[in-house]
Write a protein that binds this ligand. Structure first.
Ligand code: NDP
Length: 291
């Protein structure tokens, strides 16, 4: 059994990008810029946004945080987005979700220029993904594909069972791996909360991708020997032995399932670190397109 090391893969991607950016600097060119728009004081959102901006700076990109008050009217937020849509210094724009209740998230996602939509959430980019056009892939699913490719895990003709159908993980990863393209071309089954017998599907899978948000949901008797397991889940469970009183676990019962699997991602340290790395990659791609 091989543990897929997302931390290592993410760090390799950052090193690759840093060297591309060092090259731009040597040529006297401008460097890519990402603006993260943060509305309100949600501590988790603040910490995510800080992490993204710091990651930009570490590889030589510009990472700006545009912090806005939680009671900002929707039209003012739309105006801020429009300002960055027109600002050539920023190649990528991300609006940290969730937004306060008085703001329509869909409207905000659609206000970001598809050319700067480095989260890959704009309906134009989602549509491009579905029809197989080059686009900005959402970061977590893009990170999953990247991990599978970096570990030389074959995808063509393999049966991938995705558990979860959210717009940010389940649906996009299903669409990415379904494409008739290199590093994809899989046979994809999607399960969700209305699936009657999830193990009926997962037992047939060459690759299981769990993105449901239910701690330790996938058990060893739900998978076949030699399965590849990608665990997207990030769940907090009580743990009195931990200093913080909790620990983070995935959607897969790692101790049990790892004994049957050929490859498996741990939580933490698997898919998680790839998300920011892919955000940086998307920002670099946006820069190249806009240049
Ligand atoms: P959502 O809550 O948006 O979606 C969960 C999906 O799982 C839904 O499609 C839901 O079905 C399905 N589901 C929930 N419970 C069950 C069940 N008991 N049986 C079958 N299907 C079920 O979650 P996300 O996709 O946003 O996130 C999933 C997990 O991944 C979470 O733990 C989240 O924290 C983590 N995550 C990790 C990221 C990373 O960077 N590593 C990034 C994003 C998410 P239905 O549609 O029918 O409701």
């Amino acid at each position: 059994m091989i543990i897929i090391d997302g931390k290592k893969a993410a760090s390799e991607i950052r090193i690759e990008l840093k060297s591309e950016i060092d090259n731009l600097k040597l040529q006297g060119k401008s460097v890519p810029g990402l603006v993260a728009i943060l509305v309100g004081n949600n501590p988790a959102s603040e910490s995510y946004v800080r992490g993204k901006s710091k990651a930009c700076e570490e590889i030589g990109m510009r990472g700006k945080i545009e912090k806005l008050p939680s009671d900002i009217p929707e039209r003012e937020l739309l105006a801020v987005i429009q300002k960055y849509n027109l600002d050539d210094d920023y190649n990528g724009i991300l609006v940290q979700l969730p937004l306060p209740k008085h703001i329509n998230e869909e409207k905000i996602i659609e206000a970001v220029s598809p050319h700067k939509d480095v989260d890959g959430f704009h309906p134009v980019n989602v549509g491009n993904l579905v029809i197989g056009k080059d686009t900005f892939l959402p970061c977590t699913p893009a990170g999953i594909q990247e991990l599978l490719v970096r570990y030389n895990i074959p995808l063509k003709g393999k049966h991938v069972v995705v558990v979860g159908r959210s717009n940010i993980v389940g649906k996009p990863i299903s669409n990415i791996l379904l494409q008739k393209k290199e590093n994809a071309n899989a046979v994809v089954t999607i399960c969700h909360s209305a699936s009657n017998d999830i193990s009926y599907f997962t037992k047939q899978a060459d690759i299981v991708i769990a993105a449901i948000g239910q701690p330790n949901f996938i058990k060893a008797d739900m998978v076949k020997d030699g399965v590849v397991v990608i665990d997207v889940g990030i769940n907090r469970i009580e743990d009195s032995s931990a200093a913080k009183g909790y620990k983070i676990v995935g959607d897969v019962d790692f101790d049990e399932v790892s004994k049957k699997s050929s490859y498996i991602t741990p939580v933490p340290g698997g898919v998680g670190p790839m998300t920011i790395a892919m955000l940086l990659k998307n920002t670099f791609k946006a820069y190249l397109i806009q240049e």
